[in-house]
Write a protein that binds this ligand. Sequence first.
Ligand SMILES: [Zn+2]
Length: 597
Amino acid sequence: MALTIDQLNAATPEQALAWLDGLYEHSPWIAEAALLKRPFRSVAALKLAMVEVVRRSGRDKQLVLLRGHPELAGKAMVAGSLTAESTNEQTKSGLTNCSPAELEKIQALNRAYSAKFGWPFMLAVRGPRGAGLTRAQIIATFERRLGGHPDFELAEALRNIHRVVEIRLNDKFGLEPTLGNQVWDCAELLATHSDPGYAELGQLTVTYLTQAHQNCQVQLVRWMKECGFDEVNVDAVGNVVGLYRGRHDGGDTEQKRLLTGSHFDTVRNGGKYDGRLGIFVPMVCVRELHRAGRRLPFCVEVVGFAEEEGQRYKATFLGSGALTGHFDPAWLDQFDADGVSMRDAMRAAGLPATLDTIGACKRNPADYLGFVEVHIEQGPVLNEMDLPLGVVTSINGSVRFVGEVVGMASHAGTTPMDRRRDAATAVAELALYLEQRAASVPHVVGTIGMLHVPNGSINVVPGRCTFSLDIRATTNEVRDACAADVLAELKRIAERRGLHHTLEETMRAAAAPSAPEWQARWEAAVESLGLPVHRMPSGAGHDAMKLHEVMPQAMLFMRGGNSGISHNPLETISADDTQLCVQAFQHLLDQLAADMT
Ligand SMILES: [Zn+2]
């Protein structure tokens, strides 16, 4: 019989501890301390309580915990002396079937790893889907992590232990993240479509209206139909739009709609979840509604946006921009790197490529309740905090400049230090100022990502230096205050050093603060899962930023593994986090339904 959280909450301390025995290898103190926090609202809350115990226990106890674990495919496995739990996991991942060459490889890695870090390599070999990593994946991860910094690797090893425990807990409680698994499997399947040149290398690249992009559309249409959407269409810019009608829709009065979705195009050699997660999660929610024969007092419109990343054409947010009426007619005459105009690309993909049909994509905001978007965080914050979900407070506003400082190129040997007019050190000074100015205010980030000395030489004092400036903040005011200070500092530096400078603003995007009532719905949804609410800004731009211009919006972030890395094939999520994400979305739908009846 599987355990329930109510049973665990009601049990004597001894009984409860006995049930949780063996979760953390040879470390019953973790469950013991966590059980003091009973009652738990959910298994997710129990998991987090144990993670917190380990987090607060300090480095020494963490090292004891790590060293209590067996090596991967190590002597204990070969000798058959692992704990029952470890044997199960190492067998499932196929580690017990290693070829002699693989075994030798892993053992060499074990030796190098323990010499560098002083604890055994920890990897949740059942992987993010719980189905087991391949031996090749295990070895590749091992090699990659061997290069890490010890402090980071300590945290990563602990995260892997927590993941192992999560799966063991699921087994004890008879839980399977079935909805999360479905999302995970969809992401895997959709990622089989990739543009030529990348597909052959096993890399994921889906740019606007390529064959792979069209294959994704076809797949999304098929899935949406299978999920029970009432209408599924590909619109004039290639967005895939699914509509699940509300309870009384189709009668005399049209019902209001909740708009949601995200993009299915990718950057070059990108990840499988960026954007796509925000399509699959509501898709699975609609399927569950349809299965239960349930209609809501509003329609749910899910959009797979055709283009967000601006890879093939310089037309970022093309998909969501069509919904807000911001499709720039000049885009049709843009050419890609192969000289194909967007108009021709659209026609080749079976789209009409006329401004009339594109204009018809524009939504009337009065028809909509608002826009919500689920997205992988694409940053390290949730992963570091061991939190599966985060509520977005605002999508950062940004401003970008390119500039040039001009001094005097002169002989590096004969120009005394007090007679120089060095353009590069001036920009370096500005970079240091920007770093401390941005860091002095929470959630402000500033970057000089390009710093270049044109025609520089090893023996010449830099006479010119070109640079870029990127400043982002949660509000336009905070962003502008930082930009104003940085520009004033540039002026001061140039005057003091006797230099000229130019600066040109190249981009400015307004911050998109979440609508308070929609942010509150996400917060309530996260809370309902027994999880703490963590509020955070979004440093990256998203489709929600575009919809923000016409309707209230709010986003939910989900943790990414591998330090939240994104725009990278290492981007990853777990099925368990995804399950929570789907449940949060379901809760949001239920709240909205309750508000409207
Ligand atoms: Zn994205």
